[in-house]
Design a protein around this ligand. Structure first.
Ligand code: BES
Ligand code: ZN
Ligand code: ZN
Length: 490
């Protein structure tokens, strides 16, 4: 894939994003290169509403006027373009012009959003179909996007095009990982995925397996894994940039349950069917980590990903059992379906004990309560640091991968006091389950002063343009990259 900034070329097909309310008369001067009058085009009913498409044919070329609605941020533009690329890919050729000359405000952001959307929209979901699948023209190795915007500087353009391409490649790999079923996506598969990424992009990956998990006292992970035939894995990824002076450090902990049946506290079957996606928090971290390394971002990154499935067996942990954990704290497991917080307890405690990080973030498909509260419009955010929360919220707004903050007041913690152990894994309260889950995690961060927990249960898997069933969304990669940019430019 080549992304070039070019002079206006009359020979390629052109994509022209149009915002609602941009009047044809006002725009004609900005479209002076087009070989036709815009008013002819706008004689059609085209209004520029989100996703609206008008194709104008002229001299053997196609001019795709794509409606962008009235939201000019990165998120909506990325989303609309991604949908266009996925739905109308068949109409495209491997060379596409992007006409952006009429975009005056923040053209760099919009250019990046459009390119990112076009590329991520090339993702094909039918990986296990045995018939040959038609290739998306923009996935072709000779594919080219030629951007026409006279006032974006060359250097800036190279940076934005590179970021759009690298982020899109990571997003596609994560869509693929999310949509891979759990009989293939075992903990071993996840660990190999991370090792391969580390090998390809030059970061260190250490994987703790069977005995090492016990020897390291990762007992909460081992407890969840008891009911499974597939052995657990504990993945540690480390990236140190070339120049480390004044580099902030970030510790990322991701929930990777490759399938969540609920264990003996078994889920009803309709809410079980999506549970191959219960590694969505880890997936966002894997994608963002890979992209950040490829972009050579000036920060230290450490990721810790405990991986197992949560299955039903005579060996499974039982509601009422008391287990040990890496931190040394004992946990009364009253519901085996609250398993994500158990493996995160070990992940967080391991991170804070072995790595000194300025920022501690965990991402997890943790609770149905978050889904019931926010649906698919935002992830839940919990943090003990207002400045960190503000940066994450801002990155969420900018990327369109939004977050909504909930409180961590002490009173919620009272519900997690166990009679017999140090802490219990659920509250008996039928409400505010997402807050109790976050309070449980807080027990294991050893008072780290800058911690944020992102509950991504409702956002990393959902309705998408790629298929009829729910599937991966790639939520979190852009959000984290945006956050990394904020802390490195502060
Ligand atoms: N993996 C689920 C949470 C989830 C729900 C993810 C819906 C994606 C969509 C998690 O392990 C879970 O089952 N949580 C329980 C906790 C409860 C037993 C306290 C829940 O939220 O119902
Ligand atoms: Zn569960
Ligand atoms: Zn789960």
């Amino acid at each position: 894939m080549r992304i070039t900034k070019s002079a206006f070329k009359p020979e390629t097909d052109l994509l022209i994003p149009v915002f609602q309310g941009q009047s044809p008369e006002g725009m004609q001067s900005m479209f002076s290169e087009l070989p036709f009058q815009l008013s002819d085009v706008f004689k059609s009913d085209f209004k520029g509403e989100t996703g609206e498409l008008h194709i104008h044919y002229e001299a053997g070329r196609r001019f795709f006027f794509l409606g962008m609605g009235n939201k000019t941020g990165f998120g909506p533009v990325y989303k609309t373009t991604r949908q266009f690329s996925a739905k109308h890919g068949k109409k495209l050729k491997k060379s596409l012009g992007l006409y952006l000359a009429h975009l005056i405000e923040r053209p760099e952001t919009l250019a990046e959003a459009v390119i990112n959307g076009l590329l991520t929209g090339t993702y094909q979901i039918g990986a296990w179909k045995t018939d040959d699948q038609p290739e998306h023209p923009l996935s072709h190795h000779e594919a080219e996007i030629q951007v026409y915007h006279p006032s974006i500087g060359d250097e800036y353009f190279v940076a934005l095009a590179n970021r759009a391409l690298i982020v899109a490649e990571s997003q596609i790999r994560i869509l693929d990982l999310m949509n891979t079923p759990s009989n293939i996506k075992t903990p071993t598969y996840m660990a190999e995925w991370a090792e391969e990424s580390g090998g390809n992009h030059g970061f260190k990956v250490t994987v703790l397996s069977d005995d090492a998990i016990w020897e390291n006292n990762l007992m909460a992970l081992a407890a969840v894994n008891r009911g499974s035939e597939e052995p657990a894995r504990f993945i540690i990824m480390e990236y140190v940039p070339e120049v480390t002076e004044n580099c902030p450090s970030v510790g990322l902990v991701g929930k990777a349950i490759t399938y969540d049946t609920g264990g003996l506290s078994i889920k009803p079957s309709d809410s079980m069917s999506y549970m191959k996606s219960d590694m969505g928090g880890a997936a966002a971290i894997l994608g963002a980590f890979e992209a950040a390394v490829r972009l050579e971002m000036p920060l230290r990154l450490t990721a810790v990903i405990p991986v197992t499935d949560n299955l039903v067996d005579s060996m499974s942990i039982k509601p009422g059992d008391i287990i040990n954990s890496y931190s040394g704290k004992t946990i009364e497991v009253l519901n085996t379906d609250a398993e994500g917080r158990l493996i995160l307890a070990d992940g967080l405690a391991y991170m804070v004990k072995n790595h000194q990080v300025d920022y501690l973030l965990d991402l997890a498909t943790l609770t149905g309560a978050t889904v019931r509260t926010l649906g698919s419009q935002a992830g839940g955010l919990f943090s003990n640091d207002d400045a960190l929360a503000a940066m994450l919220e801002e990155s969420g707004q900018e990327s369109g991968e939004r977050l909504w903050r909930f409180p961590l007041w002490d009173e919620y913690g009272d519900d997690l006091k166990s009679d017999t152990a140090d802490v219990k894994n659920i509250s008996r309260s039928p409400v505010a389950g997402h807050i109790f889950a976050a309070k449980f995690l807080e027990v294991f961060i050893d008072k780290h002063p800058r911690w944020a927990h992102l509950d991504v249960a409702g956002v990393c898997f959902g309705d998408t343009e790629f298929g009829k069933e729910k599937s991966g969304t790639a939520y979190g990669i852009r959000l984290l990259i945006g956050f990394f940019e904020k802390i490195t430019s502060a």
